[in-house]
Design a protein around this ligand. Structure first.
Ligand code: DAH
Length: 341
């Protein structure tokens, strides 16, 4: 019989046999059968003496390759059995998958969306405006004259004029740009574009040179609201605010209105909500009936229309809603805080 063919056959048998080996006993059987002193490999070796001289190198080489293959595969099997692995695909399909770490919306984004959605259900659309503003929108149109202390450079982030060597002195009076201090600027932008009826909320960032503490940041967010129509009264303002307070904080939440002053509203009030965990009132922001001068600046006839507005701090709202006791947490980027929401 052809020796080379015999070698091939043994190789095939050995591979199949080793595939079926499932434990150390079967592996020992395999060893004896193929690699043992009376095993298949030894049998083949003894044939070597009988092959024709010119075939000897080739047959010898084949035998060597076979021996290496079988003993190599044998050692591998031995190791994998010892480490408890089984032959075949090494996947446990019942094992729970690895969850990728998925981020979540920042709490302020979440709260802002909740607020625009809530007011959306009350018939308000949403508007936005620029954070870099001119003095007209931040002051003049809001009935804040040049002489007003609110325009003091110490209370605002005025932007230096562009250009080499340009200084604040070069800016004509009333023509400076600044980071807006209030979202009330967008009331003006909305009314310049649209005649009443108007029913809009405006969320956005505002900037003030305030010292940071547990309730103040130099950058924070406000939710502005503006309603303009015929026959709108303070009753609409108060009932809308109370409806919001109860819808968002719960039916037993308490809020109060304190008489106040803002140049762009008359009369004006401040709204406080009761923080149960702190046992005290905290101011949400201001509100009032839109001042006739504001309407005039936007070409809306104050003899025909009336309106109300408010501007509340979104961080304060979020603090009351989610029991957050320090406003600085919103900007510190600590994932232990952020991932809770
Ligand atoms: N803009 C005011 C502030 O930032 C808050 C405010 C008061 C907004 C009265 C209003 C308003 O719309 O009517 O302090």
């Amino acid at each position: 019989m052809d020796v080379l063919k015999q070698i091939d056959d043994v190789a095939k048998q050995a591979r199949e046999a080793l595939d079926k080996v499932g434990d150390s006993q079967e592996l020992e059987q395999f060893r004896i059968q193929y690699l043992g002193t009376k095993g298949a490999l030894k049998d083949l070796m003894s044939l070597l003496g009988k092959v024709a001289k010119e075939l000897k190198p080739q047959v010898g080489q084949q035998l060597n390759t076979l021996k290496n293959e079988i003993s190599g595969a044998f050692e591998q099997k031995k190791t994998s059995l010892a480490s408890g692995q089984v032959a075949g695909p090494q996947i446990d399909l019942t094992e729970p998958g690895k969850r990728p770490a998925i981020g979540n919306e920042h709490i302020l984004v979440k709260v802002t969306n909740e607020l625009t959605e809530l007011f959306g259900r009350m018939g308000f659309s949403t508007a936005a405006g620029p954070e870099v503003e001119d003095e007209f929108h931040n002051f003049v149109a809001l009935n804040i004259p040049l002489s007003h202390p609110a325009r003091d450079p110490l209370d605002n982030f005025y932007l230096a004029p562009a250009g080499e060597g340009a200084s604040f002195e070069d800016v004509p009076e009333g023509k400076a740009t600044l980071l807006r201090t209030q979202t009330s600027t967008v009331q003006i932008r909305v009314m310049q574009k649209q005649q009443p009826p108007i029913r809009v909320v405006i969320p956005g960032r505002v900037y003030r040179p305030d010292t940071h503490d547990a309730t103040h940041l130099s950058m924070f967010n406000q939710l502005e609201a503006l309603v303009v129509d015929k026959g709108v009264t303070m009753v609409d303002l108060k009932s809308t605010v109370m409806q919001f307070v109860h819808a968002y904080f719960g039916p037993t939440a308490r809020a109060r209105f304190r008489p106040s002053f803002f140049p762009f509203t008359e009369p004006s009030a401040e709204v406080d909500v009761w923080f149960e965990d702190k046992g005290r009132w905290i101011e949400l922001g201001g509100c009032g009936m839109v001042h006739p001068n504001v309407f005039k600046a936007c070409n809306i006839d104050p003899e025909v229309y009336t309106g109300w507005a408010f501007g509340f701090g979104i961080e304060r709202i979020a603090m009351r809603k989610y029991g957050i006791d320090d406003i600085r947490l919103f900007v510190e980027n600590d994932v232990r805080f952020l991932s809770q929401f």
